[in-house]
Design a protein around this ligand. Structure first.
Ligand code: CA
Length: 222
């Protein structure tokens, strides 16, 4: 799951990023509205978190602009205690939720999970054939067999599963799962797909992870 955080206060941004990374999310940080708008409209995010007070543009205006670009990702606004009115404006501008700073990280995380949960099945489980992924507990099953994955393997599986039946290019997968990790090259996608196949497909049928030659990968049932 890839999240965009637009927050100019470096300490707050670092704190949120660290906490989310520990929960296995991939986080990009923009420190101003212009960069935030660029990222939001050029990269596919599962969630966008906007601080209201930004150096160049108000977070509410930014939220409106993002929605004008027809970006449907859930948006959470972060507001200061004395910005009560901005909460109302924030929701009017197309945000899905708001949180008042300072906040408890646990509460923040609960909101993040709630917003990310929306596209999932009602019971939050992602399924195809007998593969079941619980994005909240980070558990993976094939039938009654529980599968242990590293956190990157899990992020990769969750991403291709949420996009099941869609062919995903290596670049798209890389951008989504590894984010702006410039130390890594997109060959890593093939390496991790191979790990996933060993763990998820090898001793099971039907095979779910398919290679589309010269294009990328698709997770589908057949
Ligand atoms: Ca700020």
């Amino acid at each position: 799951m890839r999240i965009l955080l637009v927050e100019d206060e470096k300490n707050v941004a670092a704190f949120i990023r660290k906490g989310l990374t520990e929960e296995f999310y991939t986080v990009d940080v923009s420190t101003n509205g212009e960069d935030g708008l660029f990222n939001a409209t050029n990269i596919e995010y599962d969630l966008i978190i906007l601080d209201v007070m930004l150096p160049d543009i108000n977070g509410i205006e930014l939220c409106k602009k993002i929605r004008e670009h027809n970006i449907k990702s859930p948006i959470m606004m972060l507001t200061a205690v004395d910005e009560l009115r901005s909460k109302v404006k924030g929701l009017d501008s197309g945000a899905d939720d708001y949180l008042t700073k300072p906040f408890e990280f646990e509460e923040f995380l609960a909101r993040v999970r709630m917003l990310l949960r929306r596209p999932a099945l009602p019971n939050n489980l992602l399924k195809v054939a007998d593969l079941v992924v619980d994005p909240v507990k980070h558990e993976v099953w094939r039938g009654t067999h529980k599968i242990q994955l590293t956190w990157k393997e899990f992020a990769l599986l969750e991403y291709i599963l949420r996009n099941k039946d869609k062919v995903l290019s290596r670049t798209k997968i890389f951008d989504h799962v590894w984010g702006d990790d410039l130390e890594t090259s997109s060959n890593i996608v093939d390496v991790y797909i191979s790990h996933l196949r060993d763990k998820v497909d090898k001793n099971h049928s039907p095979k779910l992870i398919h290679t589309i030659r010269n294009v990328g990968y698709v997770l589908k049932e057949d």
